[in-house]
Design a protein around this ligand. Structure first.
Ligand SMILES: [Mn+2]
Length: 384
């Protein structure tokens, strides 16, 4: 049985101020072609379907279109909520959609939803675990000790009858660590060492009973703990830090019990996100694919007026330009001041940054504003 696993679609997301709807539609079209070509028996969408709890009209229209296309092709589709989704809104119509092979589990109701598919080798149970917080699970199991996400997931699975003799697949949206090893972040997840976007770590050992675990939440495709517990990653680059990543759809072939074959199928975006580096003149002499999203690092010695405007004449979707000058901002040149170290706090990094650009200490008032902005962006937390 062949599954196509994707996660973190973040429909409706913008990259800087650019709307990504066309890019997302392009990728979903590619997923449809891939599903047809590979004769996928089902699609697994592992949460963060939308970018926001209240998605834009265009995002809702896009998901509606995608699900209709899948239903039209009679490809069973399994979809759960992520921490970005509103469980109630994503759950809308789910009971009706089931008749058409679209299985949505966006809200935990005390039982883990599952659906049994069949092939010549027998049944395959697909289990859907919507994104849950400890408090939601505690509500159903008042006697159980549930302090963390790890406990919550464990308690849900303990109360689920899973036949280990059959083939079982789980779809979940969690921050999973394997053997003490945290997954490699993509960059667009909103990061803290223990939590990613407020989702606490859970151990991959929770999932020992499953032949394959289709995870969402981490935007960079990878296995966690074992080859068959995997993040699909986001289908598009959603931050500059993902500029060098390749994005994939994960193709899983389940053979007889215990036989799992995994293949990563690269996805080709409508417009690439590229990092260009060099003197401006040289970069603008050889313009290729001007529709791409561009992040440029200029090595020019002298300051350039209106650099963004100039660049955008050649690459209208230039997102950011920074400079790498000798003795300034280049760690290889032995700049004595800088470079944020991993153990530096927010205030320290910002203070250093400010001193570097303005040659003086950041005024208290500006620091306060920056802290407020960082809290709103989810980089800083109330307790920091
Ligand atoms: Mn996500």
């Amino acid at each position: 049985m062949v599954f196509l696993h994707l996660g973190d679609l973040h429909l409706g997301k913008t990259l800087f101020e650019y709307d990504l709807i066309d890019d997302q539609r392009h990728i979903l079209n590619q997923v449809l072609s891939l599903a047809e070509r590979e004769k996928a028996d089902a699609i697994l969408l592992a949460g963060d379907i939308y970018d926001r709890a209240i998605p834009s009209e265009k995002a809702v229209e896009l998901l509606d279109w995608f699900l209709c296309e899948l239903a039209e092709r009679k490809i069973p589709t399994f979809l759960i909520s992520g921490n970005h989704d509103s469980d109630e809104r994503l759950n809308f119509g789910s009971a009706l959609f089931r008749n058409r092979g679209i299985y949505i589990a966006a809200k935990y109701d005390g039982q883990l939803f599952h659906c049994t598919l069949r092939d010549s080798l027998g049944p395959v149970n697909v289990w859907l675990m919507p994104f849950v917080k400890a408090s939601q699970v505690r509500h159903f199991y008042e006697d159980a000790e549930i302090a963390s996400y790890d406990d919550a997931v464990r308690v849900i699975l303990e109360h689920t009858e899973i036949d280990p003799a059959q083939r079982n697949v789980l779809v979940a949206h969690q921050f999973v660590v394997g053997g003490g090893q945290a997954p490699t972040l993509g960059g667009s997840e909103s990061v803290n060492t223990q939590t990613v976007g407020l989702v606490e770590q859970i151990s991959c050992r929770c999932f020992d009973l499953f032949d394959y675990v289709a995870l969402g939440h981490i935007h960079s495709a990878q296995a966690v703990g074992r080859e068959t517990v995997r993040y699909a990653g986001s289908p598009l680059k959603y931050s500059l830090s993902e500029v060098d990543h390749t994005k994939y759809a994960t193709l899983i072939t389940l053979g007889a019990k215990g036989q799992v074959d995994i293949r990563l199928e690269p996805l080709t975006p409508l417009r690439e996100l590229r990092h260009l580096k060099g003197p401006m003149k040289k970069l603008l002499e050889n313009v290729t694919d001007p529709d791409d999203f561009i992040y440029a690092t200029l090595t020019d010695e002298d300051p350039i007026d209106n650099v963004m405007n100039v660049f955008q004449r050649y690459y209208p979707r230039t997102l950011r330009i920074d400079f790498e000058q000798k003795g300034k901002g280049n760690p290889d040149e032995g700049d004595p001041v800088d470079y944020p170290l991993p153990n530096m706090g927010f205030d320290e990094i910002l203070g250093q940054f400010y001193r570097r650009f303005y040659g003086e200490d950041i005024p208290e008032e500006e620091m306060h504003l920056m802290r407020e902005a960082a809290k709103e962006a989810g980089i800083l937390h109330e307790t920091d």
